[in-house]
Design a protein around this ligand. Structure first.
Ligand SMILES: O=C[C@H](O)[C@@H](O)CC(=O)C(=O)O
Ligand SMILES: [Zn+2]
Length: 280
């Protein structure tokens, strides 16, 4: 499993483009028939892309769980959040089958032993974007479709940042230990996410951008508010956002992204808001 160490903001401001991408960008998440995992030492979050082809993929496929996690099963001391950004598929948790349409989510509580991922149609495979974080209590497994998520409408056409936030794993929707997760969709013709930008020292965050047309990119902005940097991102790539960093993006067209947060609290509104004109 690939491991990413945390970066100190005082060092990160000296990074070249290549180094910035090596530390924070996850370039290839979805390969048919494979599970891809990146373990970050920041809050020990694991970011995964799971894309089953004609056979099932298990959460611990090709992984020496004892060597990598020091536990007997992947979720022995972890919780898992999944949102499907591909075709229809299924997740089977200890024999219980959950059908996941495009955009459906699933929370799997600590202690589940066998988690199996399958695609209904290998030609249009499911793409299970997944985040896992350390957990200390078992909360029940929950299937969340986008209509059960809590909706928040933000931004305006004038500011090119009109978007809808769908909170899937969120205290007002369901219970989890530390993971919160959801999806934000830009309205047509709108390109700026999370602007005005914010930080939250108390939580780290991972973004995955998708629904980006082939000939488009998203400029993901990161860094301390007065030392911003950018990473150019293509469709279905993820980016790690340390607690000291802003996380905001501007696309060359509209797009969708999934955010996931772990850390001190699950208070979505616990943010340190920044004045756009104070950014440097
Ligand atoms: O702390 C919250 C996260 O950064 C995202 O949920 C923000 C977001 O989806 C947006 O403003 O578009
Ligand atoms: Zn945030």
């Amino acid at each position: 499993m690939e491991i990413r160490q945390p970066s100190n903001s005082r060092d990160a401001k000296h990074y070249t483009t290549d180094r910035l991408r090596e530390e924070f960008l996850i370039e290839e998440l979805f390969v048919t028939g494979k599970i891809k995992r990146v373990y970050s030492h920041i809050d020990r979050i694991i970011t995964m892309g799971i894309c089953p082809g004609d056979k099932a993929i298990t959460l611990d496929e090709n992984l020496d769980v004892w060597k990598n996690l020091g536990t007997n099963s992947f979720l022995e001391r972890r919780e898992l959040g999944v949102i499907n950004i591909g075709g229809k598929g299924q997740i089977t948790v200890d024999g219980e089958v959950y059908k996941l349409n495009e955009r459906d989510g699933l929370y799997v509580g600590m202690g589940a032993k066998e988690v199996l991922f399958t695609s209904d149609d290998p030609k249009n495979p499911a793409k299970f974007y997944s985040l896992s974080a350390p957990a200390h209590k078992t909360y029940k497994n929950v299937h969340i479709d986008i209509t059960n998520a809590k909706q928040v409408n933000l931004g305006s056409d004038e500011s090119c940042n009109k978007r809808t936030i769908y909170q899937y794993i969120h205290p007002e929707v369901m219970e989890s230990c530390q993971l919160s997760m959801g999806l934000t969709k830009m309205a047509p013709g709108n390109v700026w996410n999370t602007m005005p930008a914010h930080t939250h020292e108390r939580r780290m965050e991972v973004y995955v951008y998708f629904d980006i047309p082939e000939d488009s990119v998203v400029f993901h902005y990161m860094g301390e508010p007065t030392e911003t940097r950018h990473i150019v991102m293509k469709n279905e790539q993820a980016v790690i956002s340390p607690s000291w960093s802003i996380h905001s993006g501007c696309g060359t067209s509209a797009y969708t992204f999934i955010w996931g947060m772990v850390g001190e609290n699950k208070a979505f509104d616990d943010m340190d808001h920044l004045k756009i004109t104070d950014l440097k």
